[in-house]
Design a protein around this ligand. Structure first.
Ligand code: WT7
Length: 664
């Protein structure tokens, strides 16, 4: 079904990108003097000076920054830009696994924990840099034994176990681009990705533990491989010891294969622009896009943002809750942390197993200092109730991060007060699979925080909010969020489809990168993401971003989560329909609907008052936790709640049936 169109007068092209912004957040949180003093960028003066210099002379800035990496051969030219194709650190040679491992082995970091892993059943494995290096060399040699050469693509289909990181680094070591496929994806999704990138080898496991039971993973591979003619070998990690079928000559146990190879695997240097990985992002329509990242620029972005925005110190335990199957798991579970010699905590399972306090338990047990998670998780914690935090000592935390969606100011406040005990800066990071690394985010020791804003751009990032002609819109007016010049960790292309790369990202606004988000800047230049441009509502001539209306609803004390969409409306063009999840224990009622409508009226204005509020226990989300407003639009618009759109990326299909029945 196509998106319903507004039935009132069409919005003129000139005014189309302008989004009315009505929610004004007044709270502001300055970094503490102690935090500022101990951090690398300790004042706004320093940030502004460096940011200005980085834009004035990007080659100088990035060239100097790149000295932080270990190079096999220095580059000749920092950037060659033939729009929309960029090359960075041209002429240089580098190996990503050397930067994440070998270079830490010559000093005291050698015996430091690189990875601390906790399985869902509770076992803990710690790998020092030296141990991780050995595992990576072994796996790299197994790959070579199976004929993998530089340039060959390797699909990694693993749960959150140390082997997932080991596999990525082993690939990087021998120059074989990895393509990690989230282990929760189906056989069909796996097949499509394996075929698109032309992999001839897959690294997988028998299964993984999730929600207390052993999930089958290898069996999905078996099913996918019925339709992947190029795959020659499957390397299988033994995780759950469940029964699996091993096809002779094709399937090999990794623990047996590593017995047969040497633990020495000298790293080969590769060109800066050698492909490091392909990661598929589904987007809302069409075939998944294979986002291609290359070696040096990507690694530099991961290294710098982890160092400056997470303020990572050698003594920190850092816990990012993202799966390795997402870009966050690539950049901020693996590459950025390891390149800085940090300690990365990995957790295999779900946040509510065996109880909804698992993350707090992990933080307490491993004395986590930096915690990075997503608004969708934060809203679940809010829904489950504060009592789950109470028994746990969270005093080791010193910095919190957020990624994936706009964080509603009230969820921000809860995170700040309840998890951070009002002591920890919240680093809200705006970026995308395509950008590789954080683009807009606060420097925790410098940037005053405003709940709900990702604040200001990173060094070298020229972000702006523009109209359709590429002109910057006035203060507090919404428009399209663009990046106006290339940056080292940007995607290089869509694998096998350069035309789609050009069209998707570089054709909307002349000379700019645009990947779909709407935003506004306030008087201090802070960026506020108002949601995806495709989701913008058009109510009686006003264009409203979804995030502001949702944030207004979430600021009501009974609400845990909300998603708003437009429904075609004779009079207004679109009517506002809100799907609302209440906190545990709150009952649905007509009175509450009226109260919520009044609340939105007060917070934003009458124009944004939902015409229709539907209570639901859960919202439809992608597997990485993003609300699928496209499906909600269909539910809202169709009288019997019929869904015709693509639901393959939906996390829980049962939700749709429930939504279709949700009371009116
Ligand atoms: C899209 C990118 C970035 C890694 C995880 C998701 C939304 C992401 C924020 C944020 C507001 C955000 C945007 C963006 N998004 N972070 N801090 N504030 N919105 O990667 O799956 O490529 O999604 O996620 O809409 O375009 P992704």
């Amino acid at each position: 079904m196509s998106t319903p169109q507004a039935s009132t007068k069409p919005v003129s092209a000139a005014s189309a990108p302008n989004i009315d912004s009505m929610l004004k957040e007044k709270r502001i949180f300055k970094p503490s003097a102690a935090f500022a003093k101990a951090s690398r960028i300790g004042s706004m003066k320093k940030y502004k000076k460096l940011h200005r210099a980085s834009l004035k002379n990007p080659d100088k800035f990035w060239g100097k920054a790149a000295e932080e990496l270990t190079w096999a051969k220095p580059w000749k030219k920092v950037c060659v830009w033939k729009p929309p194709f960029a090359e960075w650190f041209v002429g240089g040679k580098i190996n990503a696994s050397v930067n994440c491992l070998d270079r830490h082995l010559t000093g005291p970091l050698r015996n430091k924990a690189a990875l601390i892993w906790e399985g869902e059943p509770g076992e803990v494995v710690t790998l020092t840099y030296q141990q991780l290096h050995r595992e990576v060399c072994l796996m790299a040699n197994v790959l070579k034994k199976h004929g993998v050469e530089a340039g060959d693509r390797v699909v990694v289909y693993l749960p959150m176990i140390p082997e997932a990181v080991i596999a990525m680094l082993a690939c990087a070591r021998i120059g074989a681009p990895h393509s990690v496929v989230f282990s929760g994806y189906s056989a069909e999704a796996l097949k499509e990705r394996v075929n698109d990138c032309g992999a001839k080898i897959i690294i997988t496991s028998d299964g993984g533990f999730r929600r207390g039971s052993a999930l089958g993973i290898k069996r999905n591979v078996d099913e996918a491989l019925l339709g992947t003619p190029k795959v020659k070998s499957v390397l299988v990690v033994q995780r759950t010891k469940q029964e699996v079928i091993m096809h002779p000559g094709r399937d090999f146990w990794l623990h047996e294969e590593t017995q047969l190879v040497s633990s020495k695997c000298p790293a080969q240097p590769f060109d800066s622009e050698h492909p490091l990985f392909i990661l598929y992002t589904s987007g809302s329509t069409g075939k998944p896009k294979g986002i291609l990242h290359t070696t040096a620029g990507y690694l530099l972005g991961c290294h710098l943002t982890t160092k400056y925005l997470f303020d990572l110190k050698p003594e920190d335990v850092y816990f990012c809750t993202a799966d390795v199957g997402w870009i966050t798991g690539h950049s901020y579970v693996a590459y950025g942390v390891l390149s800085n010699g940090g300690t990365s905590l990995l957790y295999e399972g779900v946040p509510n197993h065996p109880e909804p306090d698992r993350f707090w338990r992990l933080i307490d047990k491993h004395k986590v200092n930096i915690f990075y998670t997503a608004p969708t998780a934060i809203r679940s914690f809010i829904k489950w109730g504060d009592e789950w935090l109470a028994p746990h000592d969270l005093s080791s935390l010193r910095l919190l991060g957020s990624v994936g969606e706009p964080i509603n100011p009230e969820a921000w406040m809860w995170y700040h007060d309840k998890v951070g005990n009002k002591r920890c800066p919240i680093v809200d990071t705006w970026w995308q699979t395509e950008t590789g690394c954080h683009m807009i985010a606060p420097f925790p020791g410098a940037t005053p925080l405003k709940p709900g804003s990702a604040t200001l751009p990173f060094f070298g990032i020229d972000a702006a909010v523009v109209d359709d002609d590429g002109n910057e819109v006035p203060v507090n007016q919404g428009g399209k969020l663009v990046i106006r010049r290339p940056w080292p960790s940007m995607l290089r292309t869509i694998y096998g489809d350069a035309a789609r790369y050009r069209k998707t990202y570089w054709s909307e606004i002349k000379g700019c990168y645009f990947a779909g988000d709407g935003a506004r800047r306030d008087k201090d230049g802070y960026f506020w993401i108002v949601g995806r441009i495709d989701d913008v509502l058009n109510v009686a001539g006003h264009r409203l971003g979804t995030s502001e209306v949702e944030s207004a609803i979430v600021s009501h004390p009974d609400v845990a989560e909300a998603a708003v969409v437009g429904r075609p409306d004779e009079l207004k063009g679109q009517a506002v329909v809100a799907f609302v999840t209440l906190k545990n224990g709150v009952l649905h009622s007509k009175a509450l609907k009226d109260a919520l409508r009044a609340h939105v009226g007060k917070e934003i204005g009458p124009i944004a008052k939902p015409d229709d509020i539907r209570f639901t226990d859960m919202l439809p989300k992608t597997r990485s936790g993003k609300i699928m407003r496209r499906l909600l639009k269909e539910v809202a618009a169709s009288p019997n709640g019929e869904i015709k759109g693509d639901t393959t990326t939906l996390e829980d299909l049962g939700i749709l049936a429930k939504l279709q029945k949700s009371e009116d």
